[in-house]
Design a protein around this ligand. Structure first.
Ligand SMILES: [Zn+2]
Length: 255
């Protein structure tokens, strides 16, 4: 049994064949899929999809990519929704900081900090997005004394950075990155992570696996990522698979 801990199955890239993809997932043993929130505009659609496909679990949050239209009323709307969905929402996210995109950095900091505080108020774990921003994210989590944990999605970085997140109660999201031999630092880090901190994800339709650049990524690739992970690790396959599943349940809620 598998969980895809990070999949944007609600995005329009899946409009043509979402049902078929999810059917294929179920045949491959991918029984739960976490759908992170990215923008207020998609929340209603996420809720609707989870009613149609019971294997989907929703998180809600405002992703740094989508801050172009951001204003403070968005936070109120997010808080209102979380309040309403508090019995089923798995986390607040995905939220974070991204140094590669052109969205104003101060705006990113403000939205991120406010959402970390919100997660704390609602006692919710967080799904974190990072790009060249580990130091800033870790600093804010510590400043806010945030201790509900969550998942660092699409992890890339050193063992030292991974351990800093683990110390704060986070699991490490392992995706297509590990299929690229050039991702040496990340692959080395993942070899040594505690078994209790590893979760699988695709980030579909993004983060294509090696050899599939330019092709839509899909949650059906979870077993391929697992395969790559098991070649890096020493545990028996079954033990590793079980841990990847359990760890999602342990680091998010209502999974
Ligand atoms: Zn994502």
């Amino acid at each position: 049994m598998f969980i895809d801990s990070h999949c944007h199955i609600n995005f329009s890239q899946f409009d043509g064949d979402r049902g078929a993809v999810l059917e294929q997932c179920s045949q491959l043993g991918i029984h739960k899929i976490i759908v992170p929130g990215t923008h207020l505009e998609f929340f209603e659609q996420q809720i609707h999809l989870a009613k149609t496909f019971p294997e989907l679990r929703n998180a809600f949050g405002i992703h740094p990519y989508f801050l172009g239209t951001y204003d403070d009323t968005h936070l109120n709307k997010l808080a209102f929704l979380l309040e309403d969905k508090i019995g089923s929402v798995v986390a607040l996210g995905e939220i974070g900081l991204d140094k590669v995109i052109s969205i104003d950095w101060k705006m990113q900091l403000k939205a991120f900090q406010a959402q970390v505080e919100m997660a704390k108020n609602f006692k919710l774990p967080i799904i974190l997005h990072h790009r060249k921003s580990h130091n800033e994210i870790l600093q804010i989590l510590k400043q806010c004394k945030f201790n509900y944990g969550g998942i660092v999605h699409g992890f890339s970085g050193s063992l030292q950075v991974a351990n800093a997140y683990i110390d704060l109660g986070f699991a490490i999201g392992i995706g297509g990155t590990i299929t690229y031999p050039r991702a040496n630092k990340t692959r080395e880090a993942i070899k040594s992570l505690p078994l209790s901190s590893i979760v699988l994800e695709t980030d579909a339709p993004d983060m294509p696996l090696r050899g599939n650049q330019g092709v839509r990524n899909s949650p059906i690739n979870i077993p391929v990522i697992f395969e790559a992970l098991s070649t890096l690790r020493n545990e028996p396959t079954q033990q590793l698979q079980k841990a990847c599943f359990k760890n999602v349940e342990n680091h998010l809620i209502h999974v």
